[in-house]
Design a protein around this ligand. Structure first.
Ligand code: TXA
Ligand code: MG
Length: 349
C-alpha cells in the first residue's frame, strides 16, 4: 500500500493535510499522528474493520486493547458512567497524558477493547492530534505507532521507518515532548489503581485521592503465567535490538561497575553504548557514551529515552549499558520502560 506522508509546519496553513487525514479515518483507513507522549497509529475506534487494520500494521497481539482518543471532556457516549474521582482527573489532567479506564458502552466494538468490558480513554494535548480527532468527527483508537515490541516513536522519521507501506497516512510536525506513553489509571476500582506509570505522576494523582497506588504487579518481574490488568504490560516491549542491561545504585559505584562490565565486553570485541547523564559523560573509559539528559531533569531523560534506544540500534552496538534512575516523579515511568526494554536485566549495586 502507498503511504502518504505530510509534515505540518503551520497548523493553520497546512490544515488541508489534517482534513485529508480526518477523511481517511472516517473512511476506515489508518493514520499515524503525533501526540505529546509518543506518536500514535489511529483508526476510527467505532469501526471494527478499521481497528483491525491497526493490529495488522503493527503485528499487535489481538488480546491487547487500544486506547480511545477524544477531543472533548464529555465522554458520556463512550462509557457507562464517569465516577466522581474520574471526573476530577478529567478536569485536572485533560487534555494531557492520562488514560482513564472505565466501563464501556456497547458503541465501543470488541476489536477496540479486546473483548474487555472496559475501555481506556484519553484526551491528548497535542494540537495536531486534537485537530485530527475533531476533523475526523470520530473517537480515534491509537496504540503507539511502532511495530509491536519496538521502542515507541517520538519522531516522525521513526514512524516512517516502522510503518511506511503499512498504513494510509503519516502526519508529522511535532516531536513528542513527554516521550513515554500516558499514565493508565483504572477507575473501575476504588481506590483507582495505576496500571502504567507515565507523564502524570503518582504524586500528582495522589493530590486527587491520596489512596491511589500503583499496581503491585508493576514492582517486580512478571512470572510466566502472570495476567496483568493492562494486557499489554505482559509483552516484551520498547526493546532495542541490542542487549540492554541496567545498572542502578549510588552514582560513583554505578560508574565503577559500568566501567568493569564495559571492559569485559570490549575485550571480547563487542561494540557497546553507554546511556548516562550530562554530568557523567566524561567518566567512562571507552564505548559510545550517550547522554539522556541532565540528572536534574527527569523530564528531559524521559523525552530522549526511546529515541536514544533506537539510535543505539542505528549505531549497530551489541550491548547497551544504561544507568538507573530514581523512581520518583516521571522516574517511575522511565524505570518501568527501561526494565521492560531490558527484559528486567537490572543489576543493583
Ligand atoms: O500515550 C499513550 O497512551 C499512547 C499515545 C499514542 O496516546 N498510546 C499507547 O498505546 O501507549 P499502547 O497501545 O501502546 O498502550 C496501551 C496500553 C496497553 O498496555 C493496553 O493493554 C492498555 O493500555 N489498555 C488499553 N485498554 C485497556 C483496558 N480497558 N484495561 C486495561 N488496560 C488497557
Ligand atoms: Mg505501545
Amino acid at each position: 500500500m502507498e503511504t502518504k506522508v505530510a509534515i505540518i509546519k503551520d497548523i493553520n496553513k497546512d490544515i488541508k493535510f489534517i482534513e485529508e487525514a480526518g477523511d481517511i479515518i472516517r473512511d476506515g483507513g489508518t493514520v499515524a499522528f503525533p501526540t505529546e507522549t509518543v506518536y500514535g497509529l489511529g483508526a476510527n475506534a467505532l469501526d471494527e474493520e478499521a481497528v483491525k487494520k491497526i493490529f495488522i500494521a503493527k503485528g499487535r497481539p489481538q488480546d491487547n486493547p487500544l486506547i480511545v482518543h477524544v477531543c472533548s471532556k464529555n465522554i458520556s457516549e463512550l462509557v457507562k458512567e464517569v465516577p466522581e474521582v474520574a471526573q476530577r482527573m478529567i478536569d485536572k489532567f485533560w487534555p494531557g497524558p492520562l488514560t482513564i479506564i472505565l466501563e464501556k458502552n456497547d458503541i465501543i466494538p470488541n476489536m477496540t477493547s479486546a473483548n474487555l468490558n472496559t475501555v481506556g480513554i484519553r484526551m491528548p494535548s497535542s494540537e495536531i492530534a486534537l485537530k485530527l480527532i475533531e476533523l475526523s468527527k470520530r473517537p480515534i483508537a491509537a496504540p503507539s505507532a511502532n511495530i509491536s515490541g519496538r521502542p515507541s516513536p517520538t519522531e516522525v522519521e521513526r514512524c516512517i521507518e516502522d510503518l511506511n507501506g503499512k498504513v494510509d497516512y503519516i502526519i508529522g510536525g511535532e516531536s513528542s515532548d513527554i516521550g513515554v506513553e500516558s499514565t493508565i489509571i483504572d477507575c473501575t476500582v476504588n481506590p483507582p489503581l495505576v496500571l502504567r506509570p507515565g507523564g502524570i505522576t503518582l504524586e500528582m494523582l495522589k493530590e486527587i485521592d491520596s489512596n491511589i497506588e500503583i499496581d503491585s504487579a508493576l514492582k517486580s518481574k512478571p512470572t510466566e503465567n502472570f495476567k496483568p490488568k493492562a494486557p499489554g504490560m505482559k509483552y516484551r516491549h520498547y526493546a532495542p535490538k541490542a542487549h540492554l542491561k541496567i545498572i542502578k545504585g549510588k552514582n560513583e559505584k554505578t560508574i565503577e561497575i559500568i566501567n568493569e562490565i564495559l571492559e569485559n565486553y570490549i575485550e571480547k570485541g563487542n561494540d557497546v553504548a553507554i546511556l548516562t547523564t550530562d554530568e557523567n559523560l566524561n567518566k567512562f573509559n571507552s564505548g559510545k557514551v550517550i547522554s539522556l539528559g541532565s540528572e536534574n531533569n527527569l523530564n528531559e531523560i524521559a523525552k530522549n529515552l526511546f529515541e536514544t534506544l533506537r539510535k543505539c540500534d542505528d549505531l549497530g552496538v551489541q550491548h547497551i549499558l544504561c544507568q538507573g534512575f530514581e523512581e520518583k516523579g516521571v522516574g517511575l515511568a522511565i524505570m518501568n520502560r527501561l526494565n521492560k526494554a531490558a527484559g528486567y536485566d537490572i543489576l543493583e549495586v
